[in-house]
Every structure is written in C-alpha cells, then in structure tokens.
Design a protein around this ligand. Structure first.
Ligand SMILES: COC1=C(OC)C(=O)C(C/C=C(\C)CC/C=C(\C)CC/C=C(\C)CC/C=C(\C)CC/C=C(\C)CC/C=C(\C)CC/C=C(\C)CC/C=C(\C)CC/C=C(\C)CCC=C(C)C)=C(C)C1=O
Length: 184
C-alpha cells in the first residue's frame, strides 16, 4: 500500500482540464470557510430576530434606480401580503443556512440557497458604481459556491454521516443520487 498522498482535485469544464493539488491545510481551511460564512449568515439572521419585527420593505423600496431589480423590489415592497412572507422567510432562511453550514448538514442545499440570496442582495445593492463591482455580497456568493463545490460538509461535518445512512441496504446518496445537490 502506498503511503503517498497526492491530494489532487479537478475536473473537465467546457473541454478544459483544471487540475489542482491541495495543500495539507486545504481541508482545515475549507471547514473554516464553511463555519465562517455560516457564522456570517447566522448572525445576520440573529440580528434581524434581535430587532424584531424585521421589515425589508424600506430596503426594497429604496433600491437605487440603476439596480436591475429596482422595479421588481419596488413592486415587492408595495405588496403587503408578500412582505409578510419575505419578512419571515429572509431571517428564517438565514438562521437555517447558518446552522446547517456550521453543523455541516445539508451543506450543498444551504450553500446554494445562501448564494442565491447573496445574488439577490448583490443585484439590489448595485448602484451603477463600477468600483463597487466586487462588493461583499459578491464575495459571499462565491464563498457559498466554493463551500458547495468542495463538498465541505464531508470534512468534520454531519453530511459525511448523513450521506452514508443505509436505506434498504444501500447508502442514502446511492439510492437517491439527486441528494448530491443537497448533501456533501
Ligand atoms: C451582507 O449581505 C446582506 C445581508 O446579510 C447576509 C442582509 O441581511 C441584508 C438585509 C436583507 C434584507 C433587507 C432583505 C432583502 C429582501 C429581499 C432582497 C427580498 C428577496 C429575498 C428573498 C425572498 C429571500 C430569498 C431566499 C433564498 C434564495 C434562500 C433560500 C434558501 C434555500 C433554498 C436553502 C434552504 C436550506 C436550508 C435552510 C438548509 C436545510 C437544513 C436544515 C433544516 C438543517 C439545519 C441544521 C441544523 C439545525 C443543525 C442540526 C442538524 C442535524 C441535527 C442533522 C439532522 C440529521 C438528519 C439525519 C436529518 C442585506 C441587504 C445584505 O446585503
């Protein structure tokens, strides 16, 4: 048995082969990245709960006209029934995504949800200022996608165990391959 650990990762994307060699600290830092971005969104949710009631209408109604979603967000702010939903959904998903990432459970689903949420905040935050192109919400979105892409929930996370739960003599992800978009 070889004791050599090549620690390689990569794949083919659009005909181009991307190959990386991970450092021995890579696994540690992917866990730190998962926990940090999880903590960021958990605390964003806790902040809203601690100042309850949360109301996103002010933010949505005052998005800069240059934002591609200013019309959409303005219409949302004017719909009281929809706002009742949004005002609970945003903090609730922030808390759940944060807890899931910290525990390492359902990491892909949580990270993809986080990336989607950050994309909405990024579009809403766009004011036409080119120097704000790489703002924090864009960085957060990429961090969420990185965490999902690396299967970060398998490193010191519950997904390593959840994936292998046996269902009818088969591991969960083998029985239901679509769960790879949720776990990992
Ligand atoms: C820096 O940015 C910013 C913030 O800050 C992050 C902000 O706030 C805000 C402020 C925000 C506002 C003012 C609101 C603005 C409102 C809008 C733009 C309106 C439009 C937005 C929405 C309608 C929200 C859209 C939401 C999305 C896209 C997210 C959807 C989420 C998902 C699809 C993912 C859901 C998945 C989850 C939650 C994971 C599920 C996992 C679990 C339930 C498990 C959880 C884990 C645990 C509890 C741990 C324990 C686990 C165990 C025990 C394992 C169990 C084991 C088993 C075997 C089952 C802004 C502006 C911002 O710019």
């Amino acid at each position: 048995m070889s004791t050599k650990n090549t620690n390689e990762f990569g794949g083919e994307i659009g005909g181009i082969t991307l190959l990386g060699k991970a450092h021995s600290l890579s696994a540690l830092f992917i866990v730190l990245l998962r926990a940090t971005i999880g903590g960021m969104i958990l605390f964003a949710g806790l902040g809203k709960v601690s100042e309850w009631p949360f109301d996103a209408a002010g933010y949505l109604a005052n998005v800069a006209p240059a934002s591609p979603v200013s019309g959409l967000f303005g219409a949302m702010a004017a719909n009281a029934t929809l706002m009742e939903f949004v005002n609970v959904f945003v903090p609730a998903t922030q808390l759940l995504i944060g807890l899931a990432l910290i525990a390492g459970a359902f990491v892909r689903l949580a990270a993809l949800g986080g990336a989607l949420q950050m994309t909405l905040f990024y579009l809403g935050g766009w004011s036409g200022d080119v120097l704000a192109l790489f703002d924090s919400t864009l960085v957060y979105a990429i961090v969420f996608l990185t965490v999902a892409a690396f299967g970060a929930g398998r490193v010191l996370g519950l997904d390593a165990y959840i994936e292998r739960i046996e269902v009818g003599g088969q591991a969960l992800v083998e029985k239901f391959p679509a769960l790879r978009y949720v776990l990992g």
